[in-house]
Design a protein around this ligand. Structure first.
Ligand SMILES: [Zn+2]
Length: 375
């Protein structure tokens, strides 16, 4: 540990640490007794919006209390910015109105920078608050605070000229609890870096749909593909807003592997039913593809009735569909690899015992490619 502190101290002495925040300047740098990097910084801004009238307040009027704000780690070492905010008097209001400087790199009252907040949100994707807190050595409360602030922050897409690839991912706030948050990110920067554009509370189709709809039209046109997992709510929200032309990439490409044989079975069964059923009865079965792909709890009453009718006419499709739904459920459940493998093995046994033959090659893939088991 002592060598580690020494190393960081030595590197610090040699190096001027670059800061990716244009509106502040480093005055001095040091390490504390824990080997953490402490940067004294000052703001380069000369005004702040008046908290009363909103116009720029420009008359300097002393300082607010010194703040310590955590920033992105450097060499895996925590970095703290120490800053004494300026206070300004407003020339537009009567002389008594003063405002402490607001920063564009840290939210009001936050103990972390926006850069660190974004970094934490990215770390949270497919993880939990608990795990990120441990891994990044930031208290559970601070990660939760960052999360709540990110959810409460109004989305501002003004700084984006293009979105290209959108990512939609959800994570459980707490392990084992049904409390989810959805992170929308973009990989539009030339360096391919991911930036978080919104954090939504919940992971329902409607949460995501409302957000996607709120994207300005000119930016919607720049979306080329969307990466999302197999959670159907996300996929349907994407298709509803961007159409089927936008490529939806699921993480493991698994859903495609078992949806395709189900689709083929549906097509052949519908052909059979078309020849067999009176025209008006067959017409009741329109739109089956989407109904069969949806999670059961997402179906409307009308759709459920349609599905029941299809089940009645095609027991074969009913058996295959029920196996596919079970798979989606397995892949959508956050669980350990061990319990995931056990669930899939039970599913394979169940499928092999049934009369359903359409998943044969998918089962072979499952057995051969154990990467599909990873979650
Ligand atoms: Zn004012």
């Amino acid at each position: 540990m002592s060598t580690c502190i020494l190393t960081v101290a030595c590197i610090m002495a040699e190096l001027r640490i670059p800061l990716d925040i244009p509106s502040i300047e480093i005055i001095s740098q040091a390490t504390n007794s824990k080997g953490e990097i402490i940067l004294s910084v000052k703001s380069l801004k000369t005004e702040t919006p008046c908290h009363k009238c909103g116009k720029p307040a420009t008359i300097r009027y002393g300082n607010g209390p010194t703040q310590t704000i955590r920033h992105l780690p450097i060499f895996d070492t925590p970095v703290y910015l120490v800053i004494t905010p300026a206070r300004y008097k407003c020339e537009h209001c009567d002389g008594s109105i003063t405002t402490t400087e607001a920063y564009d790199w840290s939210k009001k009252g936050s103990h972390i920078t926006n850069g660190l907040s974004d970094y934490l949100m990215r770390q949270l994707i497919h993880s939990t608050v608990e795990d990120v807190s441990k891994k990044e050595k930031i208290s559970y409360d601070q990660v939760t605070n960052a999360l709540n602030k990110a959810i409460a922050t109004e989305v501002n897409l003004d700084s984006y000229s293009s979105l290209k690839i959108l990512g939609i991912d959800e994570f459980a706030v707490k392990k084992g609890y049904n409390d989810y948050v959805t992170v929308i990110s973009t990989k539009s920067a030339p360096d391919g870096q991911v930036s978080v554009i919104a954090v939504l509370s919940g992971r329902l189709k409607d949460d995501v749909l409302a957000f996607l709809k709120s994207i300005p039209e000119h930016l919607k046109k720049t979306v080329e593909s969307v990466c999302t997992d197999m959670y159907d709510g996300f996929v349907y929200a994407v298709v509803e807003v961007f159409g089927e032309g936008v490529l939806v990439i699921d993480r493991y490409h698994v859903s495609k592997l078992y949806r395709e044989p189900l689709d083929r079975l549906r097509i052949s069964e519908m052909k059979r039913l078309k020849a067999m059923l009176p025209e008006d009865e067959y017409s009741l079965l329109e739109g089956m593809m989407w109904i069969l792909r949806k999670n059961h709890e997402c179906l409307s009453e009308v759709e459920r009735d349609k599905l029941a009718l299809l089940y009645k006419h095609s027991p074969k499709l009913k058996a295959a569909h029920s196996l596919a739904l079970k798979l989606t459920q397995i892949f959508n459940t956050h669980c350990s690899k061990k319990s995931g493998v056990a669930k899939l093995n039970r599913w394979i046994k169940r499928a092999q015992k049934s009369d359903v033959t359409c998943f044969k090659s998918f089962i072979t893939t499952l057995i051969l490619d154990d990467r599909l088991f990873c979650s």
